[in-house]
Ligand binder design. Structure first.
Ligand code: NAD
Length: 428
């Protein structure tokens, strides 16, 4: 297959971005160990499809604003594409493309019959009312109709989107079809076909992965002091699960900054406060610290559950943790990754550590298609089994080939997608 690498075109491709370059650089590090055909490897460097829309929305003031939106589908080799929808001022085509690539490896690593996708709208959700968010979501869903579907591409929540957002998406899609189609999205309310334990799945999965790593390292999770960046769906639930398992959470943070108490924080009360006030701003106890300070606190386990690119060349040398868990996608830059690897701080990579979300999303989709629903204990047990199986395969590759856990996780995912693509062949 002739190469169309970006250098040779002299111009970056439309989805080029710093995050996409990170995703591809990681891919390039892993591919030589994945034993796949070079033509297949070349094809997987590119998303299959990228869709750009603009969504006019009436604000509460009567003013109309046009918001740009994106959906990128990286690979449909193994099945429909799957991935979150985020609302954030920094959403770009290039960011969605990188996140879609990671979703492909994540789904393959967990042996889910999906490929990767990601989408979002560039907006400031914290400044928008519920009515404005609803109108934006319904218009964005309508714009996506040509490319989404239960057998084509199935959205889910991501940053600043939640069960309610998914309910509006499901309703908008169903209205167009003339009947209820719960299987069009996952992460929706239980009352319309959502799955029990989906809300908790990503954060709980982070802690299941951390627990497995502690076992392998010979540590007791209950003895660990943890710091968590990000206190939303992933970080909030992960903090709660850590406390449930006896660990001490000494600091957490969100967009308003961090709170630190070496004696341990009252996570349940803080979660209720953040839910009521929209963030931890104004939380009365513990020392207030910045997000930068939080990352450099001395601790055993650092959970990164906010957003991409938080650990960089500047702060990687100053981190004082013994293990990092990536709850967020892409929170560590490439250069920081190399520094931490040299410092021998193990990183539980995003494609494994936050895969609990997409795994229970898969369970939700299967339940919707079968119109038969499972209980919480059954789902939790099935999730734990899948994550442990993926963890063990990653650990084995890492030990056998002397690779980082990140490269090992990517190798496992890329190997399976590559084998499927090779078996299917090149169309036409
Ligand atoms: P969320 O919107 O519920 O929470 C994000 C949290 O991060 C909030 O507390 C926010 O205040 C905080 N935050 C934002 N910017 C920050 C900054 N610069 N510094 C510190 N904190 C900041 O989103 P979420 O669903 O918890 O997603 C968080 C990350 O996890 C994202 O990278 C997302 O892609 C990833 N992820 C989410 C899921 C899921 O099921 N929700 C699944 C897999 C991966």
């Amino acid at each position: 297959m002739a190469s169309i690498h970006e250098e040779e075109l002299h111009e970056p491709l439309e989805w080029d971005s710093p995050l996409y370059r990170t995703a591809i650089a990681q891919y390039d590090q892993a591919v030589p160990h994945a034993d796949i055909d070079p033509d297949v490897a070349e094809r997987l460097r590119f998303p299959e499809r990228a869709f750009i829309v603009s969504c006019p929305v009436r604000l509460d003031t009567g003013q109309r604003v046009v918001f740009p939106g994106y959906r990128v589908q990286h690979s449909s080799v193994l099945g429909p594409t799957k991935g979150g929808i985020r609302y954030d001022p920094e959403v770009t085509l290039g960011e969605c493309a990188a996140l879609a690539v990671w979703m492909t490896w994540k789904c393959a690593l967990l042996r889910l019959p999906y490929g990767g996708a990601k989408g979002g709208v560039r907006c400031s959700p914290r400044q928008m009312s519920q009515g404005e968010l609803e109108r934006l979501t319904r218009r964005f869903t309508s714009e996506l109709l040509p490319i989404i579907g239960p057998k084509e591409d199935i959205p889910a929540p991501d940053m600043a989107t939640n069960e309610q957002t998914m309910a509006w998406m499901m309703d908008t899609y169903s209205m167009q079809m003339g009947h209820a189609v719960p299987e069009i999205v996952t992460g929706k309310p239980i009352s319309i076909g959502g799955s029990v334990f989906r809300h908790e799945a990503t954060g709980a999965g982070v802690v299941m992965t951390v627990a497995r790593a502690c076992d392998r390292l010979g540590w007791r999770l209950a003895d660990q002091r943890c710091v968590v960046q990000g206190f939303g769906n992933v970080g909030g639930i992960a903090s709660h699960e850590l406390v449930e398992r006896g660990a001490t959470v000494i600091a957490v943070s969100d967009v308003s900054g961090g709170v630190y108490d070496p004696a341990g924080l009252d996570i349940a009360t803080m979660s209720a406060y953040a839910k009521e006030h929209g963030s931890l701003e104004g939380w009365p106890t513990g020392a207030r610290i910045s997000n930068e300070e939080l990352l450099e606190l001395e601790c055993d386990i650092l959970v990164l559950a906010a957003r991409e690119n938080q650990v960089t060349l500047e702060n990687a040398p100053n981190l004082r943790c013994k293990l990092i868990a990536e709850g967020a996608n892409g929170p560590i830059s490439l250069t920081a990754d190399a520094i931490l690897s040299e410092r021998r701080i193990p990183i539980l990579p995003d494609v494994l550590t936050n895969a609990g979300g997409v795994t229970v999303s898969y369970f939700e989709w299967v339940q919707d298609l079968g119109r038969l629903f499972w209980g919480r204990d059954e789902i939790r047990a099935k999730l734990s089994e899948k994550l442990n199986d993926a963890f063990d395969r990653v650990w084995e590759i890492s030990t056998e080939k002397d690779l980082t856990l990140r490269t090992s996780a990517l190798v496992a995912g890329i190997k399976d997608v590559g084998a499927a693509l090779e078996a299917r062949g090149l169309y036409p």
